[in-house]
Design a protein around this ligand. Structure first.
Ligand code: PXP
Length: 240
């Protein structure tokens, strides 16, 4: 069964709406762990719209599982990652105006630059992941960059409005998974995954982790984080 990694950014979104101290994404992360999460993800954005530097620091000091740090490939973020030492750094594209990450990174033409960017992180024993669309050229570029993981973007599948559109995206993801494995990459999936669509991926062989944020936090706001995580795990287990 793939690991479930819970993104707690939107707990911080509620806190930042009032520039207050609660709810605390660090507390939420511990509740997610109690519910069975295999790890926690936060995205430290350049504009600090939700997760703050202090959250990353406290999470690295207090989590019992593992921390994934999503970040843009900037010098500032590289310094923060080298200090905080999360288990995994996942590089994502970042735009100030976007509501959420809108698609995968474009790695083409950036292979050498990104390989050099990741080198100090690898030397510090931080595992690397690249968030990309399930596009064969991007997957080949990720292998060239020598990232250990890729996270395939499932957002286009989640947003597809027709069955044919969903099937097309599902095929792209399956083919992407197979290609990535042939190239020695481990594969995570994330973006737009919900209680209603996770079944499409739960039985897919070769997925290391699901990265899920919004849907779990939305449910957690009504039933509590532990239960929201347990409910998602029950669904995934039921299809494995
Ligand atoms: N994976 C990546 C790379 C993301 O940027 C996000 C959103 O922060 C997620 C997964 C989680 O997406 P969602 O909140 O739609 O579950």
């Amino acid at each position: 069964m793939p690991d479930l990694i819970v993104n707690v950014d939107h707990i911080a979104t509620i806190r930042q709406a009032r520039l207050a101290h609660e709810p605390d994404p660090v507390h939420a992360a511990h509740h997610a762990e109690l519910g069975g999460a295999h790890g926690i993800i936060v995205h430290l954005r350049e504009d600090r719209r939700h997760i703050q530097d202090r959250d990353v620091r406290l999470l690295t000091q207090t989590l019992g599982t593992k921390l994934h740090l999503e970040m843009a490939a900037t010098r500032e973020m590289q310094d923060i990652a080298l200090q905080a030492k999360p288990h995994i750094v996942c590089l994502v594209p970042e735009k100030r105006q976007e509501l959420t990450t809108e698609g995968g990174m474009n790695l083409l033409g950036r292979e050498t630059e990104l390989q050099e960017y990741l080198q100090p992180l690898h030397q510090a024993d931080i595992t690397s992941s690249l968030f990309i669309d399930p596009d064969p050229d991007q997957i080949k570029a990720a292998a060239e960059i020598e990232a250990e993981y890729i996270e395939l973007h499932t957002g286009h599948f989640a947003d597809a409005e027709t069955r044919a559109g969903r099937d097309r995206e599902l095929d792209r993801i399956k083919e992407g998974l197979a290609l990535a494995h042939n190239l020695g990459l481990k594969v995570n999936l994330g973006h737009g995954l919900t209680y209603a669509n996770i079944h499409a991926f739960a039985h897919m062989p070769g997925v290391s982790e699901f990265s899920i944020g919004h849907s779990i936090v939305a449910r957690a706001s009504l039933v509590g984080m532990e239960r929201a995580v347990r409910d998602m795990l029950d669904i995934i287990r039921g299809f494995c």
